[in-house]
Write a protein that binds this ligand. Structure first.
Ligand SMILES: CC(C)(COP(=O)(O)OP(=O)(O)OC[C@H]1O[C@@H](n2cnc3c(N)ncnc32)[C@H](O)[C@@H]1OP(=O)(O)O)[C@@H](O)C(=O)NCCC(=O)NCCS
Length: 151
């Protein structure tokens, strides 16, 4: 899988207020917490235009029935054409193949577009951590916990 292309996609799509940790130029995409088996890509021709990463939220046996979306991005030029919706559908199928009961995610309240996407894809809010993260503009955003049943 093309790590440099995915790192470029992360850099190009990191909009202020949408992330907790900004991607840095030159930072490798793959590492201890991001392995190729957990990354699904959307391609147009042979160019990667979007990706979704899912993995277990913890390494605990008691939490092994949950998979979590931990990364999702689509190039601006391709947005609102269903790429993320398709990636999430495939992520749900992958979570089912892994035997998960639940697919969860965390999203900042300062990212209403992503929240609308997740709602449209069947996720519901399970909890909100108020003002959990400081944002680039000097304010604070809620950590919104969303999930849906896999099976
Ligand atoms: C959020 C993001 C992944 C959406 O990708 P996308 O491919 O444009 O989403 P889709 O085209 O599959 O959208 C499917 C549906 O989700 C909803 N939706 C998606 N983006 C939306 C937005 N910006 N505003 C409102 N609703 C939105 C709509 O219901 C949409 O259906 P419609 O276009 O028929 O109205 C993309 O904007 C992105 O990469 N943002 C920056 C990175 C990011 O915020 N990632 C999420 C971190 S938690």
């Amino acid at each position: 899988m093309d790590g440099p292309a995915l790192a470029m996609l992360d850099l190009a799509t990191a909009e202020p207020g949408t992330y907790v940790l900004p991607p840095l130029p030159g930072e490798p995409f793959f590492g201890a917490d991001t392995v190729p088996q957990d990354v699904l890509v959307a391609e147009v021709g042979r160019r990667i235009v979007g990706y979704l990463k899912i993995r277990p939220p913890t390494s605990l046996e008691s939490n092994a029935h949950v998979q979590q979306v931990q990364g999702l991005a689509v190039y601006p030029a391709l947005r609102r054409s269903g790429v993320a919706r398709a990636l999430l559908a495939e992520g749900l199928a992958e979570a089912a193949r892994r035997g998960a009961r639940k697919l969860s995610l965390r999203v900042l309240s300062s990212n209403p577009g992503a929240i609308a996407l997740y709602r449209a894809a069947g996720f519901r809010v399970e909890g909100v951590l108020r003002e959990e993260f400081a944002t680039d503009d000097g304010g604070y955003a809620d950590d919104v916990l969303m999930a849906q049943r896999v099976s």
